[in-house]
Structure formats: structure tokens, C-alpha cells
Design a protein around this ligand. Structure first.
Ligand code: FAD
Ligand code: SIN
Length: 518
């Protein structure tokens, strides 16, 4: 059955929900989300959201910190735009009901994180993302123009490639007309025709064995746009968070926020030595790529799977006031953070690259906008500064909303788009074929395309991936459509792009470190 909507939003994190709230007064909005509305990377964000709100801080300082972290590979115009629009975006969040922590005099309580030269991180205890998601979800649920379709999986965006040859020739350039969405409860594929489509499907953490990302992060939006012939870039820049709690039983890995190092926690090796001074004068507060590589090196030197984070100098009151969830999590594992060191190791955390968007949040496909972790805006350059992603997501969602409203009258529904073709997809394959391939994929990516890379490792990854790719394409063609087979296919697509772009970059910079090209 065909559905029609002025605005189709794919994804229900900070980017998807804030876009939906901004455009809803101009037309009907449908939000697709593949599990529950709140199951997003956004809900997991701990440290906070960066914006200049204090008179001791300045736009120029935030701009400079972002450029330094990004190794000056950033698009400076994007950096300036995001930093300057950030305070206004924070206001939107507050108006929608997000509560940020304040000091006893009522002013915002600003934290400091690695790579920031000032206290500028607004936060809500150590679960800022959860609070943002809570507030946005509440607004979305009560908006009369917004329909939320939970447990609906976007398979592919609709373009003229879905039309017959005759109609296809008449259209110049790729145009988006909506998406095919699989209802995971009924197994029916809906054809959703939209005047504007907005992709906010988040990151890719689940192509790695160890990640801080929940299971929704399989890079679906990037793979969809790649298949539709949109431009994808900077996929080699995958950020590993230096300090995920080391606990083999956790997936996703529980994050130990960088704000803890901002509050005085120090990294130590197995001999108790505070090793970060050896690697960078900013020690434990150096940018993430430097800290993650230093930890990786210390783990190789000691032969252990983790190092320690020493938060014993942090007072009991600070632990309870600012980091209650980390305190509780550690306690549940028998770690008393007031006395014991916390075992930590790096984990795949954030994708800098993705769907290329311009300063107007337009992708290279007409009527298709994107924001959030799924995009490559140029803000982060070769490495993202802590807490710059939530702010990028909301600023770009607002820009996308402004521009899609402006262009609404130029776009129309394309009734010629056919319904989903179930033909040929008749077999239910054993799930083990899919889960085993996904496991192999994660092994390849973790072993050969992780924090430290080499030409040989990348080449090996490429060859191994080719085998899984062939097997999966054949499986996809003959299987009944399912979320699992689509996610595997998407994960293979984005792994391919990550390896290929890592091979093409012949110099180590920021998050991309290749020992053959220092
Ligand atoms: P998400 O919030 O990930 O939302 C993606 C949405 O897309 C989900 O609703 C998902 O279900 C949906 N989706 C995906 N594929 C499909 C599909 N095929 N069909 C339908 N729906 C689909 N950043 C900061 O700035 N500060 C922090 O303190 C911070 N801490 C973090 C801590 C952790 C543990 C993690 C994992 C990340 C953290 N980040 C932080 C990064 C930040 O949370 C994310 O970059 C940001 O939330 C991404 O928001 P988003 O809206 O782009 O995507
Ligand atoms: C953290 O709290 O350390 C994560 C912050 C981020 O990813 O920006």
C-alpha cells in the first residue's frame, strides 16, 4: 500500500526528531524508526553538548579547538557556521524541555573535555543524551502532524532507478521520492512517497567487535544513499573512544565518559604509571585519536586487553552528583571507584565520514536531506572533538528543516514508483548464515581496519570482504526480505567504503593511522 507524506524522516535520534519538530507546522511528517523510538545512539550520549554560552569562552576558541582536533582537514566555513549557530540550537532544545545541570547560582554548569580549551560542555549528569531524547520524544508524541512508525525498517530510498527505462530517461540527476519500509510486525513492505526525505540513521559501530553503539548502528542510511548513487566521503575516519569499560559480557560496551578525565581521572598502565605524559603534553586530556593510540600501544606493550582509569582523586560528592550512572555500573561489577581503578579499553564510537552534505544540508540527491552522524559535513575534519556531534546534529537538522520547507513547493509525489516486488524472494534462509557472516565481518574490521592500520592489513580486509559480499548478495536475491539480511548487506557496503577510502588515503592524519604511511 502506498502512503503519502510531505516530510519523510528516517531515524528517531536528535537529528530526526528535531527536524520533525521544526517542519511539522508546514505539513504531514512520518518518522520511520527500526526499533523503539528511544533506541538511538542519542540516548546513550553521556558527556554532553558543546556550545559557547559563557563570557569567558569565545566562538574563536571553539572554532580553533575544533580545527586543531580535526588536523585542519575541516571545512572552516562549516566549523564557523556550526559554532555560531550552536547557542540558538541549545535554546531550541531547552524550549522543547531539555534540562541541563546548573550551578548553585542558576547558571549553566559547564564541563571540560579533551581538546577543549574552555569549560563549554552543557550536560545533564552523565546521561545528557537520554535527557535530550526524553524531551524530544515527549514533544514528538504529542504533535498532531507527526506519525511515528516504530519497528519499520527503511530498506532503500526511492529514486528514478525504481522506474521503468522509459520514465527513467526523462529525469536528469538522481531524485529521491521517499522510501520502501518493511513493517517488522507484519512483514509488509510499504511504499512511502514523500516530497522531501530526511535521513538521520546515525552511525556504524556494529561493523566492529567492540563498540559503544547500540545495535541500531549498522550504517543503513549511508548504504542506501551509496546504492542510490549519492556521494559518500571520509569513511576512513572512524573514532574509537579511548575509555569504554572493559567487560567482555557487555555489548554495547559501557562508556566511561571523557568528562571524568575532565574532572581529574588519570590513565594508568598495569604498573600504575600515568603513561599519557609520554605521548602528549595535554596528557589524559589530549584529543581522542592520540589517547586511543596511546592506550592501544600500552596494551600491546603489556600484552593485556585493557589499561586503567584512576578516578580515586574525585570526591564522593562529585561522583554522586555528576557521574551517578558510572558509579552504579562500576559498583554492580564490584569496582569501588573511590578506591579501585576502572579497567578501560578503546571501542568503536563515532563515524566522522558519511553522506556528503553541503552547508544547506542537501545531499547530492535532489529532495534528499541528511543530518547527524550519518553525514559528512566537514565539521570534524580528520577527528571529532568531544561533544561536537550532538550539536552538529541539531544545527544541521535545523538547516535541513529551513531548506526543505523552502523547497517544498518545488517537489511532488511520484506516483509512477512501483510497489515493492516480492518476486524471487521466497526462501527463508537459516539465520545462522546471516549471523555468522556478520561475526566474520566484525572480525575483519576489528583485526585489520581498527586504530592502527597497514597496507597489508587493509588489502587482506578487502579480499576477505569480497567473499562475504558475493555470498550475501546471492543470499539477498533469494531470501524473503528481513531486517537481518538488509543490515548485513548494509554493513558490508559501509565496510567496503571504509576499507576502500582507508586504502586511498596515503598519509596518516587524525583518526586514520597507517604504519606504512606515517
Ligand atoms: P541516532 O541517535 O543514532 O539515531 C539513529 C536513528 O536511526 C535510530 O532511531 C535508528 O533506529 C534509526 N535507523 C537506523 N537505520 C534505520 C533504518 N534502516 N530504518 C529505520 N530507522 C533506522 N556525542 C556528543 O556530542 N556528546 C556526547 O556526550 C556523546 N556521547 C556518546 C556516548 C555514547 C555511548 C555514544 C554511542 C555516542 C555518543 N555521542 C556523543 C555521539 C552521539 O550520541 C551521536 O553521534 C548522535 O546521538 C547521533 O544522533 P543521530 O540523530 O544522528 O543518530
Ligand atoms: C564522552 O562522554 O566521553 C563522549 C563524548 C562524545 O562522544 O562526544
Amino acid at each position: 500500500m502506498k502512503k503519502h507524506t510531505e516530510f519523510l524522516v528516517i531515524g528517531s535520534g536528535i537529528a530526526g526528531l528535531s527536524y520533525a519538530l521544526k517542519v511539522a507546522q508546514y505539513g504531514k511528517v512520518i518518522i520511520l524508526t527500526k526499533t523503539d523510538l528511544e533506541k538511538t545512539n542519542t540516548s546513550y550520549a553521556q558527556g554532553g553538548i558543546a556550545a559557547v554560552t559563557d563570557r569567558l569562552d569565545s566562538y574563536e576558541k571553539h572554532i580553533e579547538d575544533t580545527l586543531i582536533a580535526g588536523a585542519y582537514l575541516n571545512d572552516e566555513a562549516t566549523v564557523r557556521m556550526v559554532v555560531k549557530r550552536a547557542p540558538e540550537a541549545i535554546n531550541s532544545l531547552m524550549q522543547w524541555g531539555t534540562k541541563f545541570d546548573t550551578t548553585s547560582d542558576g547558571s549553566l554548569d559547564l564541563a571540560k573535555e579533551g581538546g577543549h580549551s574552555a569549560h563549554r560542555i552543557l550536560h545533564h549528569k552523565d546521561n545528557t543524551g537520554f535527557e535530550i531524547q526524553r524531551a524530544l520524544t515527549q514533544q514528538v508524541k504529542k504533535h498532531p502532524n507527526i506519525e511515528v512508525l516504530e519497528h519499520h525498517f527503511a530498506i532503500d530510498i526511492l529514486t528514478q532507478h525504481h522506474l521503468g527505462q522509459e520514465l527513467r530517461r526523462k529525469t536528469g540527476g538522481v531524485v529521491c521520492y521517499g522510501a520502501y519500509a518493511l513493517d517488522l510486525e507484519t512483514d509488509v513492505v510499504h511504499t512511502i512517497l514523500a516530497k522531501n526525505t530526511f535521513i538521520a540513521t546515525g552511525g556504524i559501530g556494529n561493523i566492529y567487535q567492540t563498540t559503544t553503539n547500540p545495535e541500531i548502528a549498522t550504517g543503513d542510511g549511508i548504504a542506501m544513499v551509496y546504492r542510490a548513487k549519492g556521494i559518500i566521503e571520509n569513511m576512513e575516519f572512524v573514532q574509537f573512544h579511548p575509555t569504554a569499560l572493559y567487560n567482555a559480557n557487555d555489548r554495547p560496551s559501557f562508556l566511561i565518559t571523557e568528562a571524568l578525565r575532565g574532572a581529574g581521572a588519570v590513565l594508568r598502565n598495569h604498573k600504575g604509571f600515568a603513561f599519557m605524559d609520554k605521548y602528549d603534553k595535554r596528557a589524559s586530556l589530549a584529543p581522542r585519536d592520540i589517547v586511543a593510540r596511546a592506550i592501544d600501544n600500552e596494551m600491546k606493550l603489556s600484552g593485556k586487553n585493557f589499561v586503567y582509569l584512576d578516578g580515586t582523586s574525585i570526591t564522593n560528592a562529585t561522583w554522586h552528583e555528576h557521574f551517578p550512572n558510572i558509579y552504579k555500573k562500576c559498583k554492580s561489577l564490584g569496582i569501588d571507584v573511590l578506591r579501585d581503578y576502572i579497567p578501560v579499553a578503546p571501542a568503536a564510537h563515532y563515524l566522522v565520514g558519511g553522506i556528503k552534505v553541503g552547508h544547506d544540508a542537501c545531499t547530492t540527491i535532489r529532495n534528499l536531506f541528511a543530518a547527524g552522524e550519518v553525514t559528512s559535513t566537514g565539521l570534524h575534519g580528520a577527528n571529532r572533538l568531544a561533544s561536537n556531534s550532538l550539536i552538529e546534529a541539531i544545527v544541521y537538522a535545523e538547516i535541513a528543516a529551513e531548506n526543505s520547507v523552502k523547497k517544498l513547493c518545488e517537489s511532488e509525489y511520484n506516483e509512477a514508483i512501483p510497489e515493492w516486488d516480492y518476486k524471487g524472494t521466497t526462501q527463508t534462509e537459516e539465520m545462522i548464515l546471516i549471523t555468522q557472516s556478520h561475526k566474520e565481518l566484525m572480525q575483519i574490521m576489528s583485526n585489520y581496519v581498527g586504530i592502527v592500520r597497514s597496507d597489508l592489513r587493509l588489502e587482506r580486509a578487502f579480499k576477505r570482504l569480497e567473499i562475504i559480499y558475493e555470498e550475501t548478495e546471492s543470499l539477498y536475491r533469494r531470501s524473503i526480505i528481513s531486517k537481518e539480511i538488509c543490515e548485513l548487506r548494509n554493513a558490508i557496503n559501509i565496510s567496503y567504503l571504509t576499507i576502500k577510502m582507508a586504502m586511498d588515503r596515503k598519509k596518516s592524519i587524525g583518526l586514520h593511522y597507517n604504519i606504512d604511511h606515517p
